[in-house]
Design a protein around this ligand. Structure first.
Ligand SMILES: [Zn+2]
Length: 411
């Protein structure tokens, strides 16, 4: 016989299944929910009724396609059940987006980041002010924001609260969770940007792949180099990680990296690495803090016109990437690779080196070259990754903590 607590667990699990189906597929009818979740019709009725009472989902009527017959009743997330703020920190701007529980973008603005003004304190003040501005523009209260999801390039602490090292702040750490407490009740997560890209691509491949999806890697090229890996685990759940690929060793005693080590992949393949090789600057020269895209465009133009050193710089960058990817494939498994980021505009210059770097490994000679695709709209993927992760987390929390105490909602 089931004890009370295991009944409660089953109920939570079933609620999570229903919310996950709506998240994955959009609005669904009672029959669709039953099909998608494998739950019996009566169970679906009980769960949806309960979620409606808790004001988490709502019913809407949809006219039948033929225009005749009874309208279909569809269940969907109730938009103002909770809100998410997604923050994308890049080297020159910080983008703030406000999203409702159904995943719809409500408001967005960008603040320029003055890279000359150092110090995390100043950034933290601007960050808090921007969050206040974002919710007051939509007349929301802090208590209605259930999640703040932050992304940046760099290394994130395992607990997802702190940025340990980033190209933007260096080794200066910001504990975002502490920064927002106690005023905000929102769950704060910090994510590596390329992890979010892999998350978005993985979700898409998994939903559209008819159960065939196993793994993929996302490689982001720019001032810094990021890698995200999305894999299905033993239980069929999507597991996404961001190994410290950019600062993985490429060559012993190699070029000086922005992180202070020698020979990292980024030291050859990041924009400053390409600049250094193209201009034959000694490889131990301290990396430029920021290289304008126009500079790399010039080197690319000269490489396309046949300039030997410029072409060589891109080839060396490609080689570092190809070698690095071959190691990833040796450690994990064969998987398709999606290349994103500003560096994709030079892909045809990097490609030769990437192939050469891949082919040097036993793994690739044995299994063949992995499938490589280029995706230009990285920002969209980062945003989709924010939504996938944060809203799924929200669904889990709602399923686990419901029924919510009444009177907590100030709307
Ligand atoms: Zn490094």
């Amino acid at each position: 016989m089931l004890t009370k607590s295991s009944t409660e667990l089953v109920r939570q699990q079933n609620s999570a299944l229903v919310l996950a189906a709506l998240r994955r597929m959009g609005p669904l009818s009672h029959t669709d929910i039953s099909e998608q979740t494998g739950l019996a019709s009566a169970t679906v009725s009980a769960i949806t009724a309960e979620l409606e009472r808790a004001e988490v989902i709502e019913k809407a009527e949809q006219q039948a396609h033929s225009g005749r017959g009874r309208p279909r009743v569809l269940f969907a997330q109730r938009r103002n059940s909770g809100f998410l703020i997604a923050v994308r920190i890049s080297s020159d701007v910080v983008q703030y987006s406000l999203v409702d529980y159904s995943g719809r973008l409500i408001d967005r603005f960008e603040d320029a980041r003055n890279s000359k003004v150092a110090g995390t304190r100043l950034f933290a003040d601007g960050f808090l002010e921007a969050l206040d501005r974002l919710i007051s523009r939509s007349r929301l209260d802090k208590s209605q924001v259930l999640a703040v999801s932050i992304s940046s390039k760099g290394t994130v602490d395992a607990d997802g609260r702190r940025l340990l090292w980033s190209p933007v702040f260096g080794g200066e750490q910001i504990d975002f969770a502490s920064l927002l407490q106690p005023e905000w009740r929102a769950k704060v997560t910090v994510n590596n940007e390329t992890l979010l890209v892999a998350q978005a691509l993985g979700m898409k491949a998994d939903t559209g792949g008819g159960g065939a999806f196993r793994a993929l890697a996302a490689l982001s090229l720019g001032h810094s180099i990021g890698l995200g890996i999305a894999r299905k685990d033993r239980f069929g759940e999507l597991e996404v990680t961001a190994p410290n690929f950019g600062h993985m060793l490429h060559a012993a005693n190699g070029c000086l990296c922005r992180c202070g080590s020698f020979g990292c992949i980024e030291a050859s393949a990041g924009f400053y690495g390409i600049l250094r090789t193209a201009f034959e600057v000694p490889p131990d020269t301290i990396p430029a803090k920021f290289v304008p895209l126009a500079e790399i465009d010039k080197i690319a133009a000269s490489a396309r016109q046949g300039n030997r050193m410029a072409g060589y710089a891109f080839r060396q960058a490609g080689l570092a990437l190809g070698n690095g990817l071959s190691r990833v494939l040796s450690l994990y498994d064969r998987m398709p690779i999606f290349i994103t980021g500003q560096g994709t505009r030079y892909f045809e210059l990097l490609k030769g080196g990437i192939d050469e770097g891949l082919e040097q490994s036993h793994e690739v000679r044995l299994q063949g070259r992995p499938e490589i695709s280029v995706i230009f709209d990285e920002q969209r993927l980062v945003f989709d990754g924010h939504l996938d992760r944060a809203l799924t987390d929200m669904d889990h929390d709602i399923a686990a903590f419901r029924p919510l105490p009444t009177g907590g909602d100030t709307t």
